[in-house]
Design a protein around this ligand. Structure first.
Ligand code: CMP
Length: 223
């Protein structure tokens, strides 16, 4: 049953039923409550995680004020591989945003999976390439874009893999500011500007993309 669900998510597409069953046989399950910390930045990493359901926030913080959200991960996404592959300590913190079910794989089984299952390893590398690309775009956006361009970029990033039309994103203004690596006030102002020009709508923690073409052009041109 779970293997059927997993086969529908991108990370597992292409893996055979046997390969998925093998992953399931070496994983244990962990259920997290909303806001539960899964691990903290700088802890020693001993496990690899796959999101079976729910949503996980990957973030870093400096002091109590400054937070930067790197990603929101959903069903089929994985995390926790970096400390197992090299760094030893966690490069970021992970927190459940809503009720979340995880598959947890030990360091030893993860290494064995990488060595023995080329499809799994290719999928892993593919995702890491996408994450590196996103991180490069983030740096570019922070260096070269004004706040409006950064907001547009952030919304486009959060819209990926959302197939509803219009795209709807559930996120509050604090979360959005943390995703952009900035504070709430400038983000509020930028949201108002995009609302006034009917590029987006935003109410009660839900952002709706009304004009995706204009949003793209703002992300690409506002230097
Ligand atoms: P690890 O360093 O073990 O623990 C934190 C995890 O967050 C890390 O492994 C990655 O799996 C994940 N992570 C770190 N940076 C990013 C990012 N920019 N995008 C998505 N996931 C990330």
């Amino acid at each position: 049953m779970i293997s059927k669900i997993l086969k529908q998510v991108p990370f597992f597409k292409g893996l055979t039923g046997k390969e998925i069953n093998h992953i399931l046989s070496i994983a244990r399950e962990r259920n997290c409550k909303p806001d539960e910390m899964i691990f903290l930045k700088a802890e020693i990493g001993n496990h690899f995680f796959i999101v079976k359901s729910g949503r996980v926030k990957i973030f870093t913080s400096i002091g109590t004020e400054k937070k930067k959200t790197f990603a929101f991960l959903k069903k089929g996404d994985f995390f926790g591989e970096m400390s197992l592959l090299g760094g030893k300590i966690r490069s970021a913190s992970a927190q459940a945003v809503e009720p979340t079910e995880l598959l947890v794989i030990s360091r030893r089984n993860f290494k064995e999976l990488i060595l023995k299952n080329a499809d799994f390893t290719l999928k892993l590398l593919h995702t890491l390439t996408i994450r590196l690309n996103n991180a490069n775009k983030d740096v570019e956006s922070m260096l070269f874009h004004n706040i409006l361009g950064r907001l547009a970029e952030a919304i486009i990033g959060l819209s990926k893999n959302k197939h509803s039309s219009p795209v709807k994103i559930k996120i509050d203004q604090n979360e959005l500011a943390q995703y952009m690596g900035t504070t709430r006030v400038p983000v509020c102002r930028a949201i108002s500007t995009l609302k006034r020009s009917r590029v987006i709508d935003y109410k009660r923690g839900q952002l709706i993309v009304l004009n995706p073409a204009r949003l793209k052009s703002i992300a690409g041109t506002s230097i």
